[in-house]
Ligand binder design. Structure first.
Ligand code: SAM
Length: 280
């Protein structure tokens, strides 16, 4: 079942949180000259036209990136992410939203590499054409979870692994834990960043319990809720689980989360979370 299309949701509050965390991790990895691998298991189409029928139908980006990208008092922590967004919108109008692979492409250096997988028959060719001329990138139509076994550890022994499934099938909540555990067995020093939606809080609690049971340590949870938990509505919050976060990430998110919450949710609904699921 591949009915999920990210084009309906690109640039929403969940993407803002995800891509803020992604860009901060990439910037930290760049502090050493040594190359690293960026592995994106569920890469999507890469570029999203915000005037498309999909994006306009939901208008989600207007309450996400639309609320922050031209702010005067942008916190320094958002600079790498917003500079990538601006690269694709040089006319000053917000027309395109770069997904995680294009944000990585903007921020990575010559010596780094990208490994991207996407399964959708319509999104995969779009993604492949974005990277046709980029010698650093390998784009495959493959199941992202298999990459956690076959592509790890990277030759460089440094890397960020972004795991961003659509959760359209319930088994994704277990598959991400199994996938991370397989990846971690091969590459325990990598940074793993897992995105999750909060639709039913119990599912997330179970996923976190299962993650704890793997024995993996240094697991940081970062969450931004736009509404309180509810059984009735759709997604009320989203979060990132980061394994082996760069040492600065906790402080950076402590600085930026209140600003993001205030700016993305002017009504003041919802909340933010920054806590260790499993410490050192
Ligand atoms: N990471 C992207 C970003 O931030 O711009 C968004 C990805 S979107 C949330 C999830 C993507 O995973 C969809 O494009 C979907 O087609 C794809 N997908 C679903 N199951 C997959 C699988 N098993 N392996 C690889 N991709 C998959």
């Amino acid at each position: 079942m591949l009915s999920y299309r990210h084009s309906f949701h690109a640039g929403n509050h969940a993407d803002v949180l995800k891509h803020t965390v992604q860009s901060l991790i990439i910037e930290s990895l760049k502090e050493k000259d040594k190359p690293f691998l960026y592995l994106d298991t569920h890469a999507g189409a890469g570029r999203y036209k915000l005037s498309s029928e999909h994006a306009e139908r939901t208008g989600e980006y207007l309450e996400g990136i639309g609320r922050i990208w031209q702010h005067d008092d942008l916190p320094a922590e958002l600079e790498p992410y917003i500079s990538a967004v601006k690269h694709f919108n040089q006319t000053g109008q917000l027309r395109y939203y770069p997904g995680s692979p294009l944000i990585a492409r903007q921020l990575l250096r010559e010596q780094d590499s990208l490994q991207l997988t996407e399964l959708h028959p319509s999104d995969f060719p779009l993604l492949r054409s974005e990277f046709q001329k980029d010698a650093r990138a390998r784009v495959e139509r493959a199941d992202g979870y298999t990459q956690l076994k076959s592509k790890l550890p990277p030759v460089s022994r440094r890397g960020l692994i972004l795991i961003d499934p659509p959760y359209e099938i319930k088994t994704d909540y277990q598959a991400v834990v199994t996938g991370i555990s397989e990846g971690y067995k091969r590459f325990a020093t990598g940074t793993y960043a897992l995105w999750y939606p909060v639709v039913m809080r119990q599912q997330i609690k179970r996923m976190l319990r299962e993650l704890e049971e793997t024995g993996i340590r240094r697991i940081l949870q970062i969450e931004l809720a736009v509404l309180p938990d509810s059984d009735r509505r759709g997604m009320t919050a989203s979060g990132m689980i980061v394994i082996n976060p760069p040492w600065k990430l906790e402080q950076q998110m402590a600085n930026v989360l209140p600003w993001l919450h205030k700016t993305l949710v002017p009504s003041g609904n919802g909340s933010t979370t920054l806590s260790w699921v499993v410490p050192e």
